[in-house]
Write a protein that binds this ligand. Structure first.
Ligand code: GUN
Ligand code: FE
Length: 419
């Protein structure tokens, strides 16, 4: 018999953003990590297989964090009175330089990945630091843990302190080395990661765009997060039509699959390019509050048909658990909704969809329990008096609002139990 995984319990996921799909007391079955179906009654051919029976507990897809910085994990919750550019200069760069030491990198990245997984994030798109050897450590830690990830060595060759910048050539060579070394991995893959336009020379962006094309590699960066940043970009790149155009001109904006974090202050032309080239924007609500960046108009973007995923943006965001980001996304949308003629607030199922199926689409068939999807799952555990009294939807909402790693009892990636 092939490798079969069977989970039994209360199965909840979002095929569409509008509503949860619920299968009570059912068997979720995967063969070689790929979901075969959900059944009320166990099909005869699986009669002799091992069953993970979770009884009345809820089983949901694993979370997908589309934007966070592993090398900022130690500074979560620090420097939170600053805005973006000062925060980078006064806190972040200083910490990121430490990752040139592989032992330090390994220690921090191990604790980062352990916490990430404990909190239910089983796939993530991660910025490491400018250090190539440090970034290798992050690849290895993710591989060892068994999660799915896109890992990016951060590229920056100007407008930062010397101790963190690389020459354009070293930055490109380091990226190429990682593309070669990890390009054929199954679960943990490289992603081209210019930090953001201001710390990139034209030559660096051009070179990274070429690498992305040559290796058909995905791209991640920051876009339109903070008003001072946007002004700075317009001064640095006078020939670009917009912030997005800086990336687009260099084949870093949808020519291969692309994620852009934030995108709070987008112009119409930028929105059009994002639509045409199928980019995913990553909403990072905690970070946007902490660094006083602004509020992403998520409802407006959704109404325009844009794809919006979720990110913790550690350490602009202070909490690594993605259910925290879901809550904050709803709360920010409620603030916008109180304005005259304000947009409707986001619903629980909408943010859950962003954090699972929409985010998962960057990885392939991930983030849902439909046939053909990867069996990436979390098994929740709520208090008995809650479980007995409330509906499955109420229980899931309570987990999203108040739950933490202690409320997750098991995690599976591609059908394999993660220890
Ligand atoms: N823009 C450029 N670098 C960063 C970073 O590290 N965090 C955030 N939130 N925005 C950035
Ligand atoms: Fe970020």
């Amino acid at each position: 018999m092939k490798n079969v995984t069977i989970l039994k319990g209360q199965i909840v996921f979002t095929k569409e953003p509008e509503a949860f799909e619920i299968h009570t007391n059912s068997f979720l079955i995967a063969v070689e990590g790929v979901i075969e179906g959900i059944y009320k009654k166990l099909p005869e051919k699986y009669r002799d297989c091992l069953i993970y029976d979770y009884g009345n507990n809820i089983i949901i897809p694993g979370f997908v964090d589309l934007h966070l910085h592993a090398a900022q994990y130690p500074q979560c919750g620090m420097g939170m009175t600053k805005q973006l550019l000062d925060w980078l200069g006064d806190y972040t760069f200083d910490l990121e330089k430490e990752f040139q030491d592989p032992d330090f990198a390994k220690e921090v990245y191990t604790s980062f990945v352990d916490k990430l997984v404990a909190c239910g994030t089983l796939r993530a798109c991660i910025f490491a630091s400018t250090s190539t050897t440090g970034t290798e450590q992050l690849f290895e830690v993710c591989k060892k843990k068994g999660i799915g990830a896109y890992v990016g060595k951060v590229n920056m060759d100007r407008n930062g302190p010397d101790f963190i910048l690389e020459s354009t050539t070293d930055s490109l060579n380091g990226t190429r080395y990682l593309l070669e070394k990890y390009g054929d991995e199954k679960l943990v893959k490289p992603i081209v990661t210019p930090r953001f336009a201001p710390t990139s020379s034209k030559k660096l962006l051009e070179g990274l765009g070429k690498l992305a094309q040559t290796y058909n590699a995905p791209v991640q960066s920051h876009l339109s997060e903070n008003r001072d940043e946007i002004q700075w970009v317009s001064e640095l790149f006078e020939n670009a039509k917009s912030y997005a155009d800086v990336y687009f001109m260099n084949n870093l904006f949808g020519q291969t699959k692309t994620l852009m974090a934030h995108g709070i202050y987008l112009q119409k032309t930028e929105i059009n390019t994002i639509q045409e080239h199928n980019l995913i924007l990553v909403h990072c609500p905690d970070s946007n509050i902490n660094l006083r960046s602004g509020i992403m108009p998520v409802r407006k973007y959704l109404d325009l048909g844009l794809k919006v995923g979720l990110g913790s943006d550690i350490a602009g965001g202070h909490k690594i658990a993605l259910n925290e980001a879901m809550v904050r996304a709803i709360q920010l949308s409620k603030i916008l909704s109180t304005e005259d003629e304000g947009p409707d607030a986001l619903t629980v199922s909408e943010v859950f969809y962003s954090a699972t199926k929409l985010g998962g689409s960057f990885f392939g068939k991930v983030g849902s329990f439909e046939k053909g999807y990867s069996l990436d799952a979390l098994v929740l555990k709520d208090e008995l008096f809650v479980a007995k009294r409330y509906s499955l939807e109420d229980r899931l909402e309570k987990f999203i609002y108040t739950g933490d790693d202690r409320n997750i009892q098991a995690r599976f990636v591609e059908g394999t139990l993660i220890e």
